[in-house]
Design a protein. Structure first.
Length: 60
């Protein structure tokens, strides 16, 4: 019966992994897709518009 106890944790993890993937795939798109896309676009625009700070110079 050692093989059952050895195979049970990977089997349980595989079932949960498949469940997580299914949830991720099902929640892509839908009614909120345009709102999510707009939020990502706004965040990218803020990041690209931000000035790049120069790294401080160190004298070694």
């Amino acid at each position: 019966m050692d093989y059952v106890s050895a195979l049970l944790p990977p089997a349980v993890m595989a079932v949960f992994f498949v469940g997580v993937i299914r949830v991720i795939v099902k929640t892509q798109g839908g009614a909120n897709k345009s709102k999510e896309d707009a939020a990502v676009d706004a965040a990218l625009a803020r990041t690209e518009a931000a000035p790049v700070a120069a790294a401080p110079k160190t004298d070694a």
